[in-house]
Design a protein around this ligand. Structure first.
Ligand code: PMP
Length: 433
């Protein structure tokens, strides 16, 4: 026991001195150290150094979709790593895992979105998409079409382009200099139309949106929104990019989130769920029209590539992950358990007056608490602390005056576990009042 405490102390000190955490409060980390040092994962549970077993209601970072601890993925990684851990896919080099994964992804996508460029994650996927749409319009003889429109409250990542497209102000005020040619609209059709009118369609390359905004608070689009967006984009020759980094590969109960709204984007960006987080991998998937335009014109040069584009070990892990989602019919479970989750949230709303909204699609959902005004301290973080005491990790979203709890449990959650999650959330909300 003493040994374990010593190890925790040692790791805490090393963490504070040497480890800069992503999207974190650095001062708080210096004062308190990390709140968890995780050691193991199994299904929907994580274990930490203090011996706590905690339900992971956000699939860690909306990504461990098949759940923790699946040995098959470790075996797939080991086999590939031992055979060919890495080689490049730059220029005309290739290897079987990347080829097979690109072909498999094409089976999952709607329409003719059949060609994939691989990245290490979602930010790179979106930056790749922004460069690709500008390149495409340049090839079409419209180099002036370069503006990117995104929605307020959107999250698209933290590379220079993807930070600039992100519509959560905190990510912009972190530095005062973001990339040019990025514009933001409210989530209404009027706002989009107004911006196009003001800036001129001949200067706009693409509109990017998550099917359901994740980090911005799990915001579902209003009825008919994307159907209308698709029409506007077509009318004005604006490419539509669907950022499916969270929604892709089953999270919303369909292969890709936009399928819920019956539309097909020109480009899909993806990451997270493609490997369930077992290895870093993302990508940009483009339609055949775009693919052909790029390889046929300008001598087909594509001056963009990451060392880890199509990493063989990550690709082998992704293939095994997608096989598990298919073979175990996990998307059916997403739909079944998604219904249970929403039913549970509605019940929580009936019990707790301060809950002003609940929403969900598939296994992606949220509970919003009445914050009254942005000056009032949010309740969400207190609910999160109460939930933790009861063995549940959940996430509070407090940007922009919101007070929301976000949920995205692993696809393998069962009814008993869902009931437990709902009970804990209900008790935790009550406990802060
Ligand atoms: N887009 C969306 C919708 C995301 O949720 C995220 C990550 N939370 C990203 C892009 C960025 O992905 P990554 O962190 O892998 O760069």
């Amino acid at each position: 026991m003493i040994k374990k405490n010593q190890l925790k102390e040692e790791l805490t000190e090393l963490d504070k001195k040497h480890f800069i955490h992503p999207t974190s409060n650095m001062k708080q980390l210096q004062e308190e150290g990390p709140s968890f040092i995780f050691t193991e994962g199994d299904g929907i549970y994580l274990k930490d150094m203090e011996g706590r077993t905690l339900m992971d209601s956000l699939s860690s970072l909306w990504n461990v979709n098949i759940g923790h601890g699946r040995k098959e993925l470790g075996e797939a990684a080991k086999a590939q790593m031992e055979k060919l851990a890495f080689t490049s896919t730059f220029s005309n080099w290739s290897h079987e895992p990347a080829i097979r994964l690109a072909a498999e992804v094409a089976k999952w996508t709607p329409g003719d979105l059949n060609a994939t460029f691989f990245t290490s994650g979602g930010s790179e996927a979106n930056d790749t998409a922004f460069k690709t749409v500008r390149h495409y319009w340049k090839l079409k003889g419209h180099p002036e079409k370069k503006k990117i429109i995104s929605r307020k409250k959107s999250y698209h990542g933290v590379a220079m382009g993807s930070t600039s497209a992100t519509g959560i102000p905190e990510f912009h005020t972190f530095t005062e200099s973001i990339a040019p040619d990025f514009y933001y609209v409210d989530s209404t059709i009027e706002s989009l139309k107004e911006l196009i009118e003001k800036e001129g369609a001949d200067s706009i390359a693409a509109f990017i949106s998550e099917p359901v905004q994740g980090s911005g608070g799990v915001n579902l689009p209003s009825e008919g929104y994307f159907e209308e967006v698709r029409k506007i984009c077509d009318k004005h020759h604006i490419l539509l990019i669907s950022d499916e980094v969270i929604c892709g590969f089953g999270r919303t109960g369909t292969h890709f989130g936009m399928e819920n709204f019956g539309i097909i984007p020109d480009i899909i960006t993806m990451a997270k769920g493609v490997t369930s987080g077992y290895a870093p991998l993302g990508g940009m998937i483009i339609s055949e029209k775009l693919h052909q335009e790029i390889y046929e014109k300008a001598e087909g040069n594509f001056w963009h590539g990451y060392t880890y584009s199509g990493h063989p070990t990550a690709a082998a892990v992704a293939l095994k992950n997608l096989e598990i989602i298919k073979n175990e019919n996990l998307i059916d479970n997403v739909n079944r358990m998604g219904e249970e989750m929403l039913k549970g949230f509605k019940w929580i709303q009936e019990q707790n007056k301060q809950v002003i909204d609940v929403r969900g699609i598939g296994l992606l959902g949220a509970i919003s608490i009445d914050r009254k005004s942005a000056d009032v301290a949010p309740v969400g973080p207190k609910v999160v602390a109460e939930a933790l005491k009861r063995g549940l990790i959940c996430r509070s979203v407090v940007y922009d005056g919101q007070d929301t709890l976000a949920f995205a449990p692993p696809f393998v959650i069962n009814k008993k576990q869902m009931d437990e999650m709902i009970t804990i959330v209900d008790e935790s909300i009550r406990a802060v009042n």
